[in-house]
Design a protein around this ligand. Structure first.
Ligand SMILES: O=P(O)(O)OC[C@H]1O[C@H](OP(=O)(O)OP(=O)(O)O)[C@H](O)[C@@H]1O
Ligand SMILES: Nc1ncnc2[nH]cnc12
Length: 174
């Protein structure tokens, strides 16, 4: 099996979390294993090396894990997209639906701006609600979304279709 596919064994299935009927894909076993974490970040970023990217943005909370590592590897800054009420300065907000509820994200109004070329990174793509809303948030601040990267993609939930028009890269497709 190729090394990236072998990472699938590090994603743990938790049935009925956080609600009955949801099969939760738990990435904590992958993240706690140093070789798996390094391999995942390396392959997540492979398509983006050498690209004109000025910032990485990541969605709270699990997107912070891979987003911050991605920013470090690319040598650019990291922009946190946070759950409501957490950012201290003036914010721009966006609301959206996800597989098991609805939510909002916020960014500081000066987090990115015109001329910025942003790579959006999250742990997982499910319905695409979070990612689509995050694209809107970044664009509402005048920046461009260059591409999106996810460690896990749940293909049956159709997130990729919701992101039509954006380059989407995922590592582990279930
Ligand atoms: O494609 P979607 O249907 O929008 O779902 C994907 C989102 O759901 C999870 O985040 P969650 O909101 O559960 O927050 P967390 O990272 O704080 O656990 C995951 O980390 C993605 O951000
Ligand atoms: N099934 C799932 N497992 C883990 N995170 C998720 N975010 C949205 N759907 C999810």
């Amino acid at each position: 099996m190729n090394p990236v596919e072998s990472l699938k064994a590090k994603v743990r299935d938790i049935p009925d979390f956080p609600k009955p009927g949801i099969l939760f894909k738990d990435i904590t076993p992958l993240v706690k294993d140093p070789a798996s974490l390094r391999l995942a970040v390396h392959h997540l970023l492979h398509p983006f090396l050498g690209r004109d990217i000025t910032a990485v943005a990541g969605m709270e909370a699990r997107g912070f894990i891979f987003g911050a590592l991605a920013a470090w590897e690319l040598g650019v800054g990291f922009v946190p997209l946070r759950k409501p009420g957490k950012l201290p300065y003036n914010v721009q907000s966006v609301s959206y639906d996800l597989e098991y509820g609805s939510a909002s994200l916020e960014a500081h109004i000066d987090a990115v701006g015109p001329g910025d070329k942003v790579l959006l990174i999250d742990d997982l793509l499910a319905t695409g609600g979070t990612a689509q809303a995050s694209c809107g948030l970044i664009e509402s601040l005048g920046a461009e979304v260059v591409a999106l990267g996810f460690v896990v993609e749940l293909e049956a939930l159709g997130g990729r279709e919701k992101l039509a028009g954006y380059p989407v890269h995922s590592l582990l497709r279930f």
